[in-house]
Design a protein around this ligand. Structure first.
Ligand code: LLP
Length: 427
């Protein structure tokens, strides 16, 4: 076996196979690209399982009761839901669509937490009548609407109150949510009135407080400040300190530590709400990002001021570089152990100059037909994918112990045209 080291941001199972190709989950990535086509999202099952287990174990080690709720927006796929539901996690959903995926994936309704700053009547109805365990109240006007549905369904709906703690996380503005001027949650000023409104409403019970500071956070400093701020509203059985643990996208980037994050959140919960508090956390990215590797095929290589390596995907399968300037690494899956000398940009195929997947790549002489692997694409890639430029959204392939299973198929041309009704005779 080739013992050359690979970038540490690949899943733990990654190695260089005897063929010289990149292997993940025991599967040869070049073979996989040929078998399923490209672009394709590959997800390493052992990596997801191991990270979920680490969250569960860390929570158990904290001595607090509680649950880890998978923030499904990071990767809303039935097979992923099945995996995490089977491990005893709960699920955070934020729309009727995510609710359906969670239920199809086997999450028991009572383990589901329904979020949203603009819940529709239909969503409130589906959540309440479907027996969802918790709804996070985001604004005063929602209280009456949820109460009416609870009365209709003849049940008591338990609620969390999502608060805007006025605390900023150390992350970029687009994914920061805890600041006072946020579209999410009830302001500290309005919180007492909403708490009273819930107490006065029929069919509702407020069982906890919720804060989510933001995403791609390095530590729990901001969470702890937020817990301190919201503790002024008294003690409820549950405190949910949100998600947000970050991951390293490139070798050398700071990497969020699951055990430290959970221990930090637990310490903040205990300090502000006492040892009897039930702690809820809702990580998304930290559960799935590192399991993902996107495979592309090189279509062209050219040089002007830069070297441009163009592949058959781009912002339709990974919006993050364009939306957040998010950095990634790339490697040539055909020869990950070869000396990489070509400084280049890995560009997508879309009609926008900003469609560059990796701005600073160093690759071993890529040529058309090579398979490019981009690690750490398991979160917010598939979920934010689109049909831009008529692209077909890629399949999702689970890999484990040398077996590859397609869990989401590639879109077809028929799928692309399925909603088109035409001009119905209009000239
Ligand atoms: N809970 C709430 C209420 C959230 O809004 C979010 C993420 C999470 C939990 C999970 O956060 P995570 O653990 O994944 O950081 N599209 C962006 C990320 C947006 C996050 C939105 N809310 C990205 O690709 O970086």
């Amino acid at each position: 076996m080739n013992t050359q080291t690979l970038t540490p941001v690949l899943p733990a199972s990654a190695r260089i196979a005897d063929s010289g190709h990149l292997e993940v989950g025991g599967c040869d990535m070049v073979d996989l690209a040929r078998r399923f086509g490209t672009p394709a999202y590959v997800m390493d099952v052992a990596e997801m399982r191991s990270r979920a287990r680490r969250f569960n174990d860390a929570l158990a080690a904290s001595g607090l009761e509680g649950t880890i709720k998978f923030a499904s927006k990071a990767c809303p796929i039935v097979a992923v839901a099945e995996l995490f539901a089977g491990m005893g996690l709960g699920c955070d959903v934020t729309s009727g669509g995510e609710l359906r995926i969670a239920l199809r994936g086997g999450f028991a309704p009572e383990t589901i937490l329904f979020h949203g700053n603009a819940k529709s009547d239909e969503e409130i109805h589906e959540a309440v009548s479907g027996g969802v365990g918790l709804i996070a109240v985001d604004n005063a006007a929602e209280v009456e609407r949820i109460s009416a549905e609870a009365v209709k369904a003849g049940r008591t709906q338990e609620l969390l109150l999502r608060l805007t703690p006025g605390v900023e996380g150390d992350t970029i503005a687009a994914i920061s949510t805890g600041q006072a001027d946020s579209k999410f949650g009830v302001s500290l000023e309005d919180a007492p009135a909403v708490i009273e409104a819930v107490a006065a409403a029929d069919g509702l019970e407020l069982v906890g407080l919720h804060v989510h500071i933001g995403s791609q956070l390095g530590d729990t400093g901001a969470l702890a400040r937020a817990a301190e701020v919201v503790a002024q509203f008294g003690s409820f059985p549950i405190v949910n300190l949100g998600g947000g643990l970050g991951v390293a996208y490139r070798s050398g980037d700071p990497d969020g530590d699951i055990e430290e994050f959970v221990a930090g959140a637990a310490a903040a919960a205990k300090a502000n709400f006492g040892d009897g508090i039930r702690l809820m956390l809702e990580p998304g990215r930290a559960l799935v990002a590192t399991a993902g590797v996107t495979l592309y095929s090189v279509e062209s290589v050219k040089r002007n001021v830069s070297n441009w390596v163009a592949v058959d995907g781009g912002i339709s399968d990974n919006l993050r570089p364009l939306a957040y300037g998010a950095p990634y690494e790339a490697l040539v899956a055909d020869r990950p152990g070869a000396e990489a000398t070509l400084e280049c940009k890995v560009a997508g195929k879309h009609c926008e100059s900003g469609d560059v997947i990796v701005r600073e790549a160093v690759l071993p002489d890529p040529v058309p037909g090579d398979t490019i692997a981009v690690p750490v694409t398991g979160a917010y890639g598939h979920s934010m994918s689109s049909n831009y430029n008529g692209a077909l959204r890629p399949p999702v392939i689970f890999v484990e112990n040398g077996e590859a299973t397609e869990v989401v198929r590639r879109e077809t041309w028929d799928d692309l045209l399925a909603r088109e009704l035409g001009g119905q005779g209009r000239a």
